[in-house]
Design a protein around this ligand. Structure first.
Ligand code: A2P
Length: 331
């Protein structure tokens, strides 16, 4: 018997990517149902060369039986419907930030902490896109050298803000006077150091997500993390400049070996030949790319590196589907 899967938010930027990836992967799926709001109910989507009709998301449909429900329809939809689905006995893999930091909710990057899913049923959270690619890189280094401090600045693509943001950048490229609606300022020709809302401590919620989610996944709240998250006029792929300080001395060649051997990571690090990852060149792939690996000039326990991944794939849809695959493999 194949799986019964429900996709909530199937018409959105991440939802569309989930459909694409479900088609690509080798999971045996018997039934795939797709849900969205009244705006899209009745619309037809394509899956495996067949049309599937978008159903209206209601409490009733969430109480039916699924092997997995994948949610990517924003925090308020997850807040309202994920629990209803889980209480009906379903496994929910949620891409919103709503459940991530709640006690008892697994927050999972499969290459790092899939083991916590053994025998679990209920809501599982997919981490923030910027967190996923950073934790992929940090985890194997933390195991070897023990992390003390992380300072990260991000360069985040507009697709992370959903379909309307992609359209806003496309329109501003054609007409620089096209008004900004999704972002607080024009994104074309610009960098906006403001993702999600500001908190009283001066950090944005996106920055705090990177801090607290990383500590939760690595199960170590003593790691000091400082983040500055920036939206840039790139369509697909987030980049991160990261400074890391460890308890132990680091060896850059060993760091390259550790990362090269880590599952899901590709090291592209030969700068004299222009080999370093960029979002344009790595978009539409599932790996996390690392380059510009260099030891700090003043501290032999510290290094800097550059991390790039496709935010809609490894940063969202791929990671969610890998969670599902990890759970299937544990059955
Ligand atoms: P809809 O097409 O009906 O608006 P994005 O992040 O790209 O903006 O996508 C958001 C996704 O979440 C879309 O599929 C959108 O569906 C869905 N969505 C938003 N609000 C609701 C809601 N109240 N109920 C169900 N789906 C929703």
């Amino acid at each position: 018997m194949g799986l019964t899967i429900g996709l909530v938010g199937a018409t959105g930027a991440v939802g569309a990517k989930m459909l694409e990836i479900l088609e690509e992967r080798k999971l045996s799926i018997d039934t795939l149902r797709v849900f969205a709001s009244q705006r899209s109910a009745g619309k037809k989507l394509e899956y495996n060369n067949k049309e599937i009709v978008v159903e209206l998301l209601t409490e009733e449909v969430m109480k039916e039986k699924y092997d997995y429900l994948l949610f990517s329809a924003g925090g308020s939809v997850s807040a309202k419907y994920a629990e209803i689905a889980a209480e009906a006995g379903n496994i929910v893999i949620d891409n919103s930030s709503y459940w991530r930091m709640k006690e008892g909710i697994p927050l999972v990057v499969p290459e790092v902490n899939a083991h916590i899913l053994k025998n679990y049923r209920g809501i599982i959270s997919n981490p923030n896109c910027s967190t996923i690619q950073m934790v992929m890189t940090l985890a194997p280094l933390h195991r070897r050298y023990k992390l003390k401090k992380v300072v990260v600045s991000t360069y985040q693509a507009v697709s992370g803000s959903g379909h309307n943001a992609i359209v806003e950048l496309e329109n501003q490229i054609k007409d620089p006077n096209y008004p900004n609606k999704v972002y607080p300022k024009k994104i074309f020709g610009n960098c906006i150091p403001h993702i999600d809302t500001f908190e009283d401590n001066g950090f944005t919620r996106e920055e705090l997500k990177m801090i607290y989610e990383t500590q939760k996944i690595l199960e170590d709240s003593t790691i000091e993390i400082n983040a500055t998250t920036v939206r840039v006029p790139v369509f697909y792929g987030h980049s991160e400049s990261v400074y890391l300080e460890f308890e132990e001395k680091v060896d850059v060649n060993e760091v390259r070996d550790i990362l090269s051997n880590a599952s899901g990571i590709v090291v592209q690090d030969n700068p004299v030949n222009n080999e370093y990852p960029t979002p344009l060149e790595t978009a539409n792939t599932d790996e996390t790319y690392v380059g510009r690996i260099r030891k700090d000039l003043y501290n032999d326990r510290a290094l800097s590196l550059w991390i790039v991944a496709d935010n809609l794939r490894k940063g969202a849809a791929t990671n969610a589907i890998q969670i599902m695959e990890a759970m299937e493999a544990m059955k």
